[in-house]
Design a protein. Sequence first.
Length: 163
Amino acid sequence: MEIREATEQDFDSIWPIFREIASTGETYAYDRSTPRDEAFELWMEYPRKTFVFEENGEILGTYYIVTNHSGPGDHVCNCGYMVSSNARGKGLATSMCEHSQEIAKLMGYKAMQFNSVVSTNEVAIELWKKLGYKIIGTIPRAFKHKKLGFVDSYIMHKELGIK
């Protein structure tokens, strides 16, 4: 298994993962019917870098890294992670998050912030906490969950080393 930088051709394998996760309406604030071309722009063009987690030639997960804010805040990055439903529970998100932190440091970032972690996404919240992220804020009723209605979102943050 390896994590490598994504190519434009990889989106053919990323798209089913993106579509599956976005359509659930439970963890990402993307429109549940996001069209493929818009998803490509969001996941492949807008970020500074996009990576895939590949095993035996199959893409099982993906993440992107993007500058959270420009100007004086450009030392903080944001990442988004997606894992195929048939590969969950195998440590891919942990591997991708650890990889993203190393890449972020190499890119000069001093901190990583997740701007909207849905409060009902308990597996992700526990993983991010285990990896050193802290909840630094709550956005009340910020996410319209497909099944539960309006739920809170958290802002989670981790310093990567400010010098």
